[in-house]
Write a protein that binds this ligand. Sequence first.
Ligand code: 6R9
Length: 634
Amino acid sequence: MSNKIQTLSGYIHEYQKSVQDPDNFWGKIADSFYWHKRWDKVVDWNFEKPDVKWFINGKVNITENILEKHLFLLGDKPAIIWEPNDPDEQARTITYYELYELVCQFANTMKAQGVEKGDRVIIYMPMVPEAAVAMLACARIGAVHSVVFAGFSAKSLADRIEDCQAKMVLTSDGNFRGEKMIPVKAVVDEALEATNSIEKVIVLKRTGQDVIMKEGRDIWWHEAIEGVSKENKAEIMDSEDMLFILYTSGSTGKPKGVVHTCGGYMVYTMYTFQNVFQYNNGDVYWCTADIGWITGHSYIVYGPLLAGATTLMFEGVPTYPNPGRFWAICDKHKVNQFYTAPTAIRALQVFGTEPLEPYKLDSLRVIGSVGEPINEEAWHWYHDHVGKGRCPIVDTWWQTETGGIMVSPIPGVTPTKPSYATLPLPGIQLAILDNDGNELKGNSVEGNLCIKFPWPAILRTTYGDHERCRQTYFSSFKGYYFTGDGVKRDEDGYYRILGRVDDVINVSGHRMGTAEVENAINEHPKVVESAVVGFPHEIKGQGIYAFVICDMEGRSEENLKNEIRETVNKIIGPIAKPDRIQIVPGLPKTRSGKIMRRILRKVATGDTSNMGDTSTLLNPDVVEEIIQGAGKVN
Ligand code: 6R9
């Protein structure tokens, strides 16, 4: 694999080339893919509109670069190893050849059920190989997939279906997750009552639980594929045709559909996968994310499979049947690269090192972290007990919008530093801006993390609302992409991500907009108004703290809080349930009626010694009452 960086001077050299001559740098990498027609121009961009295009007029199908490209040399190689929720159930291995047949067959099946190029297809499925097959089958025929994490509620699912006017849903009867059996199909049924664009639902039998199949709309997966050809001619796509939409939370309004396109995303995910994980042929790579998140898209499915890697997919949870499960899987399948989230590390850290003792973990070579800042304690625990002091940690910073990893050490090449994502990958031109928009040059500076030049996997738009894309990412600092994160560049020029500077909370690595949670809370009939902020949480990184004004009549505080949590569960899903709810007499507001979150954040953090200037508030007295009440919150 010629695009792999292997020395520090090699990294510096590649980085410089990527900045001095991006066209040549990315063009050469893109040349290692199979194109029906080569591009006319590498990149065209304008961050003010915004309008970004890569590999202009190139014609390509990403699945040919996963399937056909590898059939000859790697046909018998495992593409996917699947580890089920229950360790006593047989694991499954799917070779590249088998994957080719499964994808082609399902592509033909979807076509036969009426899906055409450009149609949107929702994937609401457990972590089973068919979920990856579904994504690739969409890409094969040019349908746009939108994977929705199967823990989201019917309401969240319905909102996404409605927003992208999807034609089909791919789902399962139920999901196994630890001890639980989740009735997924029933959630889909409920969502579809509130929407009308869906014509067909294909249902994979996974748990065998009873489901209602609606005549004319719902079809079993195994029946739908029966007798369908395993050969399919890939749809020829333009580089800039849509590949997928993935919904993510922001600081305002409903989640937005981040759009990624075919050519750039393909080139970038494979390049970053190869470099950040230093994958060698024969290795087994495992990323523990769910395919409902961008990490699952780019680093379970697309990146590894484009690189011809063996990617492991795990259906279950880290603590089932016991907190040694991750390590059991690493030993069982001889995992070489392991990629997980700080929240999982912290959750396992609680059990001490005993669950690790039965396992050797000697196959591990690189261990990775993603989703939120990794605190030093978790970093050391991961390094010492999982990596046994010999595996470099790759702390990878990136976002749904960036499509692929942006800042990360290259293992064995970049010296690491606990809790630092270290240095930008080649092609990534970072800038730190102060709040007035001045770029802070040099080292030992701190500010807003921005990017000043496009990379191939940058989002192209937010589905159906380009103005929102401009507003959210390209308007805060003219001429820059703004990430929403704060960052420090230390005396060595190393980057440490400090967390979000906007109204987004990162709960267990999942992004939640405060406005989104507030809107859900406000749906409860007794709630008058609410304000949500994040607070430091030992395992989740950040927890959700809700200040709520309500009409208490006829209800105990306890009951009301439970009802509020249930309302949020129903509207968004269990991941958005507030950890703490404080019933308050009022919320601190400015004279223009804006909630002063700065004050609430301090209360939630328990840091009330210095509240700053509260004199501009409409209702300064309420602050003292909130501080008094904060002591007895649960
Ligand atoms: C890939 C992913 C993006 C937000 C991002 C930042 C946080 C992700 C991080 C990290 C510190 C890291 N984040 N990786 N913070 N160090 N290594 O997580 O995408 O779900 O869109 O979240 O997550 O705040 O802005 P996404």
